[in-house]
Design a protein around this ligand. Sequence first.
Ligand SMILES: Nc1ncnc2c1ncn2[C@@H]1O[C@H](COP(=O)(O)OP(=O)(O)O)[C@@H](O)[C@H]1O
Ligand SMILES: [Mg+2]
Length: 228
Amino acid sequence: MRLAGTLNDAPNVTSASLTYSNSAGHRFVTVLPGVPARRRDDAPRRLRGVIVIVAGVAGSGKTTVGTLLAGRLGWVFADADTFHPRANVERMRRGEPLTDEDRRPWLRAITAWMDERLTAGQSGVITCSALKRSYRAVLLDGRPTATMVLLDVDPDVLRRRVAAREEHFFPRQLLESQLAALEQPSAAEEPRVRGIAGDGDAQEMAAKIIAVLWPSGAPGGEPGGAAS
Ligand SMILES: Nc1ncnc2c1ncn2[C@@H]1O[C@H](COP(=O)(O)OP(=O)(O)O)[C@@H](O)[C@H]1O
Ligand SMILES: [Mg+2]
């Protein structure tokens, strides 16, 4: 009789199983409850294909905090602003809010970036304002290892930050339309969207995100991350 232990590959495995076959070629699987199953990736602890989306209105610190977060994790970083078609950038420069229609190709480009990472087993951090629940659903649905943190910053702090930001294409008045468009996520309805109070120092914010997402410690960097 051939006896071989197989370990399930799911992240929350709490039991191991044994697969064996007899001389007639019949295969049997026995689950051994209570036997701690070692995940293949337990040592060294390494996640493969995780995406963190850093969301929030203009000035909430997506680019600043997202860059720091990616650096701490050693993951690739992308800024959703760079995925806008030229026409969208021109509209925003003129101070015109984008419509759902305008945002569709942009969201498609962001999801394509995430799917490329996930297909390659690579992890990454990407920013996206993700103001509406429907946009968050487009970004998260079908991507179980994607998670979102929404930076929540006092509107007066946002106004000051956006006014002080010089080189950015985003005019001040668009902040007001973003604040109006923002649909606050509820923990019950969108459990994969975590609100993070965003008034602290940017480094503190990056550390806080890691502590919220991985209470038992940050995952290590990986090949193909920002550091490589
Ligand atoms: N946590 C923070 N504390 C203080 N200033 C910040 C913080 N995060 C970002 N900023 C500043 O606020 C401005 C907007 O930040 P940015 O990262 O461009 O926001 P977003 O990408 O969400 O529009 C920048 O000038 C940046 O330096
Ligand atoms: Mg930005």
